[in-house]
Design a binder for this molecule. Sequence first.
Ligand SMILES: Nc1ncnc2c1ncn2[C@@H]1O[C@H](COP(=O)(O)OP(=O)(O)OP(=O)(O)O)[C@@H](O)[C@H]1O
Ligand SMILES: [Mg+2]
Length: 255
Amino acid sequence: MFDIHLHGVGLAYGDHWVFKQLDLTLKGGQWTCLLGGSGVGKTTLLRMVAGLTGNGRVRTAGRILGGDDQPLHGRIAWMAQQDSLLPWATVLDNITIGERLRTISIFRRTRVNQQALVRARAILERVGLADKADSLPQHLSGGQRQRVALARTLFEDRPVVLMDEPFGALDAITRLNLQDLACELLQDKTVLLITHDPLEALRLGHEVYHLRGQPALLTDAIVPSGTTPRALNDGRLMALQGVLLDRLRCEEAAA
Ligand SMILES: Nc1ncnc2c1ncn2[C@@H]1O[C@H](COP(=O)(O)OP(=O)(O)OP(=O)(O)O)[C@@H](O)[C@H]1O
Ligand SMILES: [Mg+2]
């Protein structure tokens, strides 16, 4: 699995540099977690990695490269905080929406091929929703909807997965369960996860960064030991959580 290198990366909306001169390596096959106060630039950085910088008054600097020298375009899946499920489409149709859009034809109604459907059903099984394939999103709980969003991300089968607060809106237990599931199912992917939850970052991350300041900078990585997802009763995890919470609180006080 290839690394992703960010060299001297910056982005400005008009004259306002959200971040400048950022260097970061997302290690191949590992989870990098990013924390930081609201408005510091986490989503903007994620969008930049995805190549979604927009245009008009946006200025960018630096380079983002795959360690294998191949373009990142077409190798990234995105999982956002809102599940963005289409309310009129079944769970199965939502999972296969990317495939459907890529093969769309103006002359005929697009059907996903049988092979893709079999794969989608297998993924649904893995996220524990095999019996919901024909349900509409409105008939699912928040946790189930997020599992469908995870299934849609898995269906895309890209080596790089960018996740923007994907479990933020869930209750504590559902969140823990989904963290474990995502950790298992995205094991071999290169993941960049944005979260406001220090414990989530420390349970799942191989490296945990804090984005802070204006223009924003990355602090040194925290590298928790042990395999992921880390156990909640791990004393070292709790100690690191204290360190991270202190850092985040200092940032808030300084703002
Ligand atoms: N399209 C835009 N035009 C102008 N400014 C923008 C635009 N998008 C974001 N910003 C500004 O850039 C800064 C960073 O926004 P961003 O959404 O990246 O923050 P964030 O760290 O993801 O915050 P949150 O934790 O609340 O999601 C903010 O000050 C925001 O107002
Ligand atoms: Mg954001």
